[in-house]
Design a protein around this ligand. Structure first.
Ligand code: PLP
Length: 224
C-alpha cells in the first residue's frame, strides 16, 4: 500500500523535485515500509517524536547516514537539542527568535544548520511564518549567521478547496523566491522552494516547487 502510493507519486514527480515523506503520527513500521520501498527522505513535525523515530530507525538497522531527516513543525527554542542533532534540514524556521537560537546552537556545537525560512502565505492566522520584510532583513544580514546555511523558502498554502486561493498563495511565494534569488546571487545554497502537500503538490509543481512534503497520500490518514 505505502509502496504503491510512493510509486504512484514518484511516477508523476519530475526527478529533480525532492519528495519528503511526512511520517508524523505514523508508527515506525510505516517508515520502515517506505524505507524498504526505497524512500530515504522523511519529515516529522514534533520534536520528541522526531528524535525518537530517528533513534528507533537506527536501532532497527537503518543507518542514519542512509536517510535524510527534515523537521517541518513549529520548533520552540527549548526543544532544539531534540531536533538539531538529527535534522538534515529544518524547514520551519519561522521567527527571528528561533533563527537566533538555531545559530547559537550551531555555534556552541560546531555545526552549520541547514534551514528554510518559512514564509507566512496562508489566509489562516494560525499558521506560522515570517512576513516578506522580515526575510529580506534576515538575508541582508545573512553573513552574521555564521552557523546557519540558508537553503531556501518553505510555505503552506491556505487550507481550502478553492484552487484559486491555493494558486494565489503559491504564486506569491514563488515570485518572492525568485526575487530573492536575483537579489542575493551570492547565496548559492538558497535554491529550495518547499511547497506542496498531499492535496496540492501537483499545483505546487507549476509554481516551481523543488521540494514537496507529502504525508496522507503516502501513509493514509493520521490518527490524532
Ligand atoms: C503534515 C504536514 C505536511 C503533510 O501534510 P499532508 O496533507 O498529510 O500531505 C506537509 N507540511 C507540513 C509543514 C506539515 O505539517
Amino acid at each position: 500500500m505505502i509502496k504503491d502510493n510512493l510509486e504512484k507519486i514518484l511516477s508523476e514527480l519530475p526527478p529533480e523535485v525532492k519528495m519528503v515523506a511526512v511520517s508524523k503520527y505514523h508508527p515506525l513500521e510505516a517508515i520502515l515500509e517506505a524505507y524498504r520501498a526505497g524512500q530515504r527522505r522523511f519529515g516529522e513535525n514534533r520534536p520528541q517524536e522526531f528524535a525518537r523515530k530517528v533513534e528507533q530507525l537506527e536501532q532497527a538497522g537503518v543507518p542514519r547516514s542512509g536517510t535524510e531527516w527534515h523537521f517541518i513543525g513549529h520548533l520552540q527554542t527549548n526543544k532544539l537539542k531534540l531536533v538539531l542533532p538529527y535534522a538534515d534540514l529544518v524547514q520551519s524556521v519561522d521567527s527571528l527568535h528561533l533563527l537566533d537560537a538555531v545559530n547559537g546552537w550551531g555555534r556552541d556545537n560546531g555545526r552549520i544548520v541547514n534551514v528554510l525560512l518559512e514564509l507566512h502565505i496562508a489566509a489562516e492566522q494560525t499558521k506560522q511564518g515570517f512576513v516578506e520584510e522580515e526575510i529580506l532583513d534576515v538575508l541582508f544580514r545573512s553573513a552574521s549567521y555564521g552557523n546557519v546555511r540558508f537553503c531556501g523558502l518553505m510555505g503552506m498554502a491556505t487550507h481550502t478547496d478553492d484552487v484559486r486561493d491555493i494558486r494565489a498563495d503559491f504564486g506569491r511565494i514563488a515570485s518572492f523566491f525568485n526575487y530573492l534569488r536575483n537579489l542575493f546571487p551570492e547565496l548559492h545554497d538558497f535554491r529550495e522552494l518547499s511547497i506542496g502537500m498531499s492535496e496540492d503538490w501537483r499545483i505546487a509543481l507549476e509554481y516551481g516547487a523543488t521540494m514537496v512534503r507529502i504525508g496522507t497520500a503516502i501513509f493514509g490518514p493520521r490518527e490524532l
